[in-house]
Write a protein that binds this ligand. Structure first.
Ligand SMILES: [Ca+2]
Length: 195
């Protein structure tokens, strides 16, 4: 019998028993040992380029003792910094990619917020029009009282290349000419084959 896909996220076998759909990849990273399998990337830094850094830190953490700090002196008002991880997936396979993480931001209110980057691609993005931009970096506070952790969760769709390459990015797009730092922690990537 052909399995019937249920809205609850499972399939029925011939006896009617529900078999949960298990993601092909279920990756968590709390950065307790630095960047691990993630690499640091930056583009559109201006001329001369604004300084930036991406590194492990104990200044902030939402899980454990460590997180990743993203810092950008955004002299171009267009800089983008992100961490990137390449996965070894099935060749030319479409995936639903759930990307969730905690973001510590000092951006309060509703004005002059930066923009979150979160996406998945067959080849690592190296230009602004190849990136996926999400919502803003606001921390939910109405006054300037330092960093707050915000939980972020996005679902994107991507197809791996012929060799199974699939890259995931998480970062920020600097949309104003200021210098800022953000922190990432508690990343979870879940990839499920799309039909
Ligand atoms: Ca951590």
């Amino acid at each position: 019998m052909v399995p019937v896909v249920l809205l609850l996220g499972g399939v029925c076998d011939h006896s009617g028993k529900i078999i949960p759909i298990v993601p092909e990849f279920d990756i968590t990273d709390s950065f307790e040992s630095g960047l691990g399998q993630w690499t640091a990337q930056a583009i559109d830094l201006g001329e001369p380029a604004g300084t930036w850094s991406i590194q492990g830190t104990t200044e902030e953490a939402s899980a454990g003792m460590h997180s990743v700090q993203l810092t950008l002196d955004n002299v171009s008002s267009a800089g983008k910094v992100w961490i990137e991880r390449e996965l070894d997936a099935a060749p030319t396979q479409a995936y639903d990619v759930d990307i969730s993480f905690d973001l510590a931001s000092a951006d309060f209110g509703t004005l002059d917020l930066w923009t979150v980057i979160a996406g998945a691609y067959p080849a690592p993005p190296r230009a602004a029009d190849e990136l996926t931009f999400q919502d803003d970096t606001g921390n939910g506070a109405s006054t300037d009282d330092g960093y707050h952790w915000v939980s972020k969760s996005y679902t994107v769709h991507a197809r791996s290349d012929e060799e199974g390459h699939l890259s995931v990015t998480i970062g920020v797009w600097g949309t104003s000419e200021t210098a800022r730092s953000y922190y990432l922690d508690n990343v979870r990537l879940q990839l499920t084959r799309a039909g």
